[in-house]
Design a protein around this ligand. Structure first.
Ligand code: ADP
Ligand code: MG
Length: 294
């Protein structure tokens, strides 16, 4: 039978916006020694905004592709394009490459008639795969990334045409979560698909010293398993589709309430208020409940 303390703990959790699906979650919480946080949508609001546009036609070219994507970056770019009243061309042979960006053929009307060019919008890895040299804008890319911006590089027919920088607001609860977990002797790690410089800049602001960046969408669960192999009790906090395997692989999966259905299903705990600080509150609640049982 479920001990009264566990039932009471689940009830108290519900009041705090910490939805505990099963009593066992309280037991494993006690063993958590490290909390891995997804970045976008978990530590940040997940609603990036365009902050800088470099290059004459970079926004219209990127928007042509991003219109077909549902990534938060895509929403920021399409919103900006419609705000500027741009007429966005059609795309053929659209492809989305997870963890890298988008490609497609955009029709163009040049002096020599109608043609089409291969357009790319994405990160360094995408540009590397298509042999697009970044030299002309390398310093600018470094500068933006060091400032915590995610830079979308835009190329057409093998040449870099410009950059679109997006910035995502850090949730106030992120700073507090890291401080509170630290006080409890629990380590914090950021795990993200974003590039190293941007990730380190954002983590630095939050106070997270351990950053695992440029993680491909399928690889987050492996990172969780690695920590577990080292003997750590691992909690993972995430919101996205690609966080679901990591949430399931962790000793304790905490899903952000407004996140994707798959993430909410994969987690043992749902943080209804979308607040990373509630991850610390969940662990504290668990330790209070468990001390009453023993
Ligand atoms: P995360 O959720 O941590 O941002 P993703 O795997 O979704 O990780 O994306 C990793 C990186 O891939 C992004 O930071 C971005 O550079 C690039 N990327 C993914 N989707 C897009 C897109 N639609 N447009 C441009 N870049 C993208
Ligand atoms: Mg996310």
């Amino acid at each position: 039978a479920t001990p009264t303390a566990v039932t009471a703990g689940i009830g108290r959790g519900a009041e705090l916006g910490i939805l505990i699906k099963k009593g066992e979650a309280l037991e494993v919480s006690e063993r958590v020694s490290v909390v891995l946080f997804d970045k976008t949508g978990t530590l940040t609001e997940g609603k990036p905004e365009v902050t800088e546009i470099i290059g004459e036609d970079s926004l219209v070219l990127a928007a042509a592709l991003e219109r077909k994507s549902r990534h938060p970056i895509a929403e920021a770019i399409t919103r900006m394009a419609s705000l500027e009243g741009l007429e966005v061309p059609e795309v053929e042979e659209f492809r989305s490459i997870p963890g890298m960006g988008l490609t497609g053929k955009v029709r163009s009307t040049g002096p020599d008639g109608t043609g089409s060019c291969l357009v790319l919008a994405g990160n360094r890895a995408l540009m590397r795969d298509f042999n697009v040299p970044l030299d002309p804008l390398m310093d600018k890319i470094d500068e933006l990334e060091s400032g915590g911006r995610t830079v979308v590089m835009v190329a057409a027919d093998g040449a870099l045409r410009g950059l679109i920088a997006v910035s995502d607001t850090i949730k106030p609860g992120s700073y507090l979560a890291v401080r509170e977990l630290g006080r409890m002797g629990v380590d914090t790690v950021m795990v993200t698909g974003d590039n190293r410089k941007t990730a380190e800049a954002v983590a630095g602001e939050i106070g997270i010293h351990n950053v695992i960046s440029e993680v491909l969408p399928g690889d987050k669960a492996d990172i969780v398993s690695e920590f577990r192999r080292k003997g750590e009790g691992v909690a993972f906090v995430g919101d996205g589709i690609n966080d679901a395997p990591a949430l399931a692989a962790a000793d304790l999966g905490l899903a952000i309430g407004s996140g994707t259905d798959v993430a909410r299903e994969a987690g043992e705990v749902v943080l209804v208020g979308d607040d990373p600080l509630d991850a610390a509150a969940a662990l504290q609640l668990a330790s209070r409940v468990m001390s009453r049982i023993k």
